[in-house]
Ligand binder design. Structure first.
Ligand code: 4AD
Ligand code: MG
Length: 435
């Protein structure tokens, strides 16, 4: 079996013959020798040295198998190991016009993302993503939540009608799911605390560095919880994912030049900040919001928080902050009204520190059939599309709640990459459905 470069670097193979398979990452031709940097199928690289005439037709990204003797040389890149090549088998000679070199525009890297996945940067990001997903799942499994999956072709909006993707479903109209929430709510009656990881779709018409048209949504729902229970799940989940990911992905985060010392602070508990207090803080700092005509006015009670206000609130924080108790008007129909604070919802958003902004939304759900029906109407939605959902309030309704976490939002914070498009392997945005 061919080895990977990590095997060679971690065990004592010096002086021994090894076989590795991979792709030509870089080529440096000298008069007598050619230095071939081979990248294996997990992105590890090792320098292989061949007599120049033996590899004269080799090109970058050709797929190869190298047989050779391992030696240690402090001058060799990537940890001082190299392979003195004896045999080279070529699977495919790559075309000489491989479009990705050392420097290229962001646009090209997106247009050629199927090839850009072979860059060290994308490999590092993909590995961090793997860890984030793995530890997210692990937390739920370790804490006794049941994994479920919900359909992604649905009849109703969850997060407002304006970001729905409509599609023709045989002879009727349907939508791509914005959130699994309503289905998870149906499941708690027989399955208890449940969670799912599914794609969610939003026809986001704005081009921003934190919105995708398709994102990975980690959602959870449980019966008989109060708001504090739901906050505790989120802070434990997020700190567990972060602490384990920074431990497992030191090398990749270092490659991305992510300083992880501040991420080490991300331990429970996270601060809880009431919405009205958040507005007061923003007012005391003279924070303004943009009006439709482009002019500014002071932020007031009733305004939703946007990325600028979220940044202002978290700019000096080293841990996420929960903003709790938003006015019902800025939240969807399903948010439960706080019985002791009329007009306010038992809802919370988790804002990542240093301006990364919202990464989760959640809270308690309205469980009374009359209140939720009128809230559906108020939002301009058709209660008929929610008849099955309303059944949940008719037959054995219970207090319940949950939340949704955007994996790419969390990734953006953990990796500190500027654009959310770089936290996913094949991004979907308003202007991109390919590759
Ligand atoms: O805040 P949102 O819209 O809340 C819901 O969908 C709830 N139904 C979830 C629930 O309670 N089960 O979305 C939840 C999270 C956001 O906090 C954000 O992290 C992410 O999903 N998100 C997006 N991520 C990338 N691109 C977008 N366009 C996103 N929209 C939401
Ligand atoms: Mg939200």
């Amino acid at each position: 079996m061919p080895l990977r470069t990590s095997d060679i670097k971690s065990s004592d193979y010096v002086g021994k013959e090894v076989t590795i398979r991979g792709w030509v990452h870089r080529l440096r031709k000298q008069k007598e020798n050619t230095f071939v940097l081979v990248r294996d199928d997990r992105g590890g690289v090792i320098q292989c040295i061949f007599p120049a005439e033996k590899v004269s037709n080799l090109t970058v990204e050709s797929s190869v198998e190298v047989v050779g003797i391992v030696s240690q040389d402090s001058r060799a890149p990537e940890g001082g190991f190299e392979i003195k090549g004896k045999n080279l088998k070529v699977f495919n000679i790559a075309g000489i016009d491989y479009p990705i070199g050392e420097y290229q525009s962001d646009q090209l890297l997106l247009d050629k993302r199927h090839l850009a996945l072979r860059t060290r940067r994308m490999i590092a990001i993909a590995k961090i993503r793997h860890s984030v997903l793995k530890f997210g799942r692990q937390w739920f499994i370790d804490n006794g939540w049941m994994e479920v999956t919900a359909p992604t072709i649905v009849k109703g909006a969850v997060e407002g009608g304006s970001t729905l993707f409509k599609l023709r479903y045989f002879d009727e109209d349907a939508y791509l799911s914005q959130s699994a929430q309503l289905y998870l709510e149906a499941m708690i009656f027989s399955l208890g605390p449940v969670w799912s990881l599914t794609p969610s779709f939003r026809a986001e018409k704005s081009r921003t560095v934190r919105h995708l048209a398709e994102f990975s949504h980690l959602e959870a729902e449980a019966p008989w919880v109060d708001l504090e229970d739901i906050l505790r799940v989120q802070e434990e989940l997020v700190s567990y994912i972060i602490q384990n990911t920074i431990a497992e992905r030191k090398e990749e985060l270092a490659f991305l030049k992510r300083d992880t010392s501040e991420l080490k602070n991300v331990q429970v508990p996270f601060e809880r900040l009431r919405y009205e207090k958040a507005i007061e803080i923003l007012q005391s700092r003279g924070f303004g919001v943009e009006k439709e005509d482009g002019t500014k006015r002071s932020i007031v009670w009733g305004d939703d928080l946007n990325i600028d206000s979220e940044r202002e609130l978290t700019k000096n924080a080293s841990k996420p902050i929960f903003v709790i108790g938003y006015p019902l008007e800025v939240k969807p129909f399903y948010v439960k009204e706080d019985p002791s604070r009329k007009g306010l919802g038992l809802a919370a958003d988790m804002l990542a520190p240093q301006g990364f902004g919202e990464i989760t939304s959640g809270g308690l759900r309205e469980d009374d059939i009359n209140s939720i029906t009128s809230r559906i109407r108020k939002e301009g939605l058709d209660p008929a599309a929610y008849d099955w959902y309303l059944d949940l309030r008719k037959y054995g309704s219970v207090p319940h709640g949950g939340f949704g976490l955007g994996i790419e939002r969390l990734m953006r914070w953990i990796t500190n990459v500027e654009d959310i498009k770089d936290t996913v392997l094949f991004p979907r945005t308003m202007s991109r459905v390919s590759p």
